[in-house]
Design a protein around this ligand. Structure first.
Ligand code: HEC
Length: 246
């Protein structure tokens, strides 16, 4: 009884996923200790995302320090407009305009990696596909009828859906998307490059969701190392004290 209960509890997350009929997420393979990847992600974010999305909690100065980018390079390459290095990565887009253009306000992305998860954002950026019925001409596998255009399409190339027909238990047929395939020729090199660009971008968003994790992780190692040496000392002491007792 107890075993089956445990099994049920362990299975809960996957049951919840299964009931939503969701697309399996791809693995973003992020690593926030990879500084080159974070730098490349920050660049892509500023060039391709910051027209619409802000990072309210991220200061340019902190970015410069954490990612080891000299402040003058940050000023030259990452700061848009006349912002100062001490300011946060907010944008000037007016709410009314955004709603007129996209139907919704593009959300601030500070906490998205934590709320949605890195794998979700990765899959989201990988699975835009051509859908003529949508105002942007695009749809998305993990965000149905999304208001955001596929801003990275020139890097990825376009994808179109391949459908399959499945019959449900009542005998009704449904057309569902089986997979996406490139429209036209997309070289292996371009696909690999796109995966890397998106991985770096997601890595950056994961870092931006909790900048302190860089320090926390390096502090964690130091604490473990300290505990290890402390253990050796304590053990040697214990042996010394008990020597006379035995
Ligand atoms: C032209 C404006 C525009 C640009 C540029 C843009 N987005 Fe968006 N994005 C939107 C809009 C609008 C939404 C809201 C979509 C909706 O709710 O239907 C959105 C939603 C999202 C979401 C989902 C957020 C959530 O939790 O619902 C993510 C993640 C995202 N964008 C990431 C990015 C990234 C990464 C880039 C840069 C590669 C980018 N966006 C560039 C307009 C934009």
């Amino acid at each position: 009884m107890r075993k089956s209960l445990l099994f049920f509890v362990l299975m809960l997350p996957s049951l919840a996923l299964a009931s939503g009929g969701t697309v399996p997420l791809m693995n973003a393979n992020t690593d926030v200790s990879d500084n080159a990847s974070l730098q490349s992600g920050a660049k892509t974010f500023v060039n391709y995302c910051m027209g619409c999305h802000s990072l309210h909690f991220m200061r340019y100065q902190r970015l410069a320090k954490d990612l080891d980018i000299p402040e003058d390079l940050v000023k030259e390459n990452l700061i848009v407009g006349d912002k100062k290095i001490g300011e946060t990565m907010t944008i000037a887009m007016q709410k009314g305009d955004a709603v007129k253009w996209f139907g919704v306000q593009p959300p601030d992305l500070s906490l998205t990696a934590r709320s949605r998860g890195s794998d979700w954002i990765y899959t989201y950026l990988m699975t835009f596909y051509v859908d003529e019925s949508r105002p942007t001409g695009m749809n998305n596998l993990v965000f149905k009828d999304v208001g955001m255009p596929h801003v990275l399409w020139e890097l990825q190339g376009l994808q179109k859906p391949v459908y399959e027909t499945i019959t449900d238990s009542e005998g009704n047929e449904h057309h569902v998307i089986e997979r996406l395939e490139p429209v036209g020729e997309v070289s292996q090199a371009q696909q690999t490059e796109y995966r890397r660009t998106v991985r770096d971008l997601v890595n950056f968003l994961e870092y931006a969701g909790e900048p302190a994790q860089l320090q926390r992780k390096s502090l964690g190692w130091k604490v473990m190392l300290f505990l290890f040496f402390f253990f050796l000392v304590a053990y040697a002491l214990k042996k010394e004290y008990w020597k006379d007792v035995h």
